[in-house]
Design a protein around this ligand. Structure first.
Ligand SMILES: C[C@](O)(CO)[C@H](O)COP(=O)(O)OP(=O)(O)OC[C@H]1O[C@@H](n2ccc(N)nc2=O)[C@H](O)[C@@H]1O
Ligand SMILES: Nc1ncnc2c1ncn2[C@@H]1O[C@H](COP(=O)(O)OP(=O)(O)OP(=O)(O)O)[C@@H](O)[C@H]1O
Length: 289
């Protein structure tokens, strides 16, 4: 999955998906952002990014860039932010293979941005610490810090205060109901439940849910249908602000059975969870050679 050519300073990394195993919204802040508590885990499945350093300062992003204008692509934004911050005179060619559904709640854009910061910090020899990269990443989105820190974590604040934890690895079948959900639309909706009490004591002994789920089910009937269909196999949940839904298993076979039976109108994938982000694991392996 990962390749390198350190002599010409080119390498590929997987920008992994995340799942929110629960997502509680506690309050809305004056700046419009929400205080939340969520459990992030990484999946061993994601977009593939290939980075090459150039001797001129231009930054190009090519491949599966859909119709996102270059300067709005989170990959470009991340590269440009780092280049400016560290006064780098080199540039980069970045190739994207997009596997994660956009607006699917699996954090594809945020993961691409974080992976770009991690990769170019190395290739451009910026020598920023993970804490410094995290602060830069937060300027790009509330979900970017967890991908930079790279550890399964419970998040507080707007998603940037991270307490790392370890979980047993599981297998997931993740289903995309074919609908794109705008995160901003959900967070600004008057009907969003935003008054869940903060967790106290051991979170594993408490009732956990995704506070966005009821609203998204109401707005997107296909999400409701997907959650219902998945219930035949296991308790189903939605990730982030949707639209992807998932079920959890102990074995790959169980997850594969759901994917095999998936109605044609929906798409999906199976993946195992990883306590450490696969991007971090791969980056460490590349530079231990
Ligand atoms: C819902 C989650 O996916 C859970 O992982 C994330 O918190 C969303 O993170 P993200 O997509 O990186 O979010 P951003 O790009 O920073 O913000 C998108 C929009 O979501 C809203 N937003 C996001 C995070 C948060 N804690 N409160 C919010 O109200 C803001 O209105 C913002 O306009
Ligand atoms: N490289 C990128 N990959 C995906 N989306 C991008 C990218 N760059 C910019 N975007 C924009 O960001 C929006 C959100 O994308 P993303 O796939 O991260 O959503 P999401 O999975 O719902 O994220 P989250 O769970 O963090 O809210 C897209 O609709 C798209 O317009």
């Amino acid at each position: 999955m990962t390749s390198t050519d350190t002599t010409s300073r080119t390498f590929s990394l997987i920008a992994p998906a995340k799942l929110n195993l629960f997502l509680h919204i506690n309050s809305r802040r004056d700046d419009g952002y929400h205080e939340l508590e969520t459990l992030f885990t990484f999946l061993d499945f994601g977009d593939e990014l290939t980075f090459s350093v150039t001797h001129t300062p231009s930054i190009t992003v090519f491949g599966d860039v859909a119709d996102i204008p270059l300067q709005e692509n989170l990959i470009y934004k991340a590269a440009y932010l780092l280049q400016q911050h560290c006064h780098i005179s080199q540039g980069a060619h970045i190739h994207l293979v997009k596997r994660l559904p956009m607006g699917g709640g699996v954090g594809g854009g945020s993961s691409d941005a974080a992976t770009t910061l991690l990769a170019l910090n190395t290739l451009w020899q910026c020598h920023l610490s993970l804490s410094q990269l995290t602060l830069l990443g937060l300027q790009l989105g509330a979900d970017v810090p967890v991908f930079i820190q790279g550890h399964t974590a419970i998040a507080h604040g707007i998603g940037e205060q991270l307490s790392p934890i370890s979980l047993q690895p599981k297998w997931y079948c993740v289903v995309h109901p074919g609908e794109h959900v705008s995160t901003a639309d959900i967070f600004t909706h008057p009907d969003l439940k935003r008054d869940t009490a903060k967790l106290e004591g051991n979170w594993q002994q408490q009732e956990l849910r995704n506070d966005c789920e009821a609203l998204v089910k109401k707005l997107c009937p296909e999400v409701e249908k997907t959650l219902q269909w998945l219930l035949k196999y296991a308790p189903s949940k939605m990730t982030g602000t949707g639209s992807c839904c998932f079920v959890e298993f102990s074995t790959q076979q169980e997850a594969q059975r759901v994917l095999t039976n998936l109605p044609e109108k929906w798409s999906g994938f199976i993946a195992s969870s990883a306590t450490l982000s696969p991007a971090h694991t791969a980056l460490a392996a590349l530079f231990e050679q």
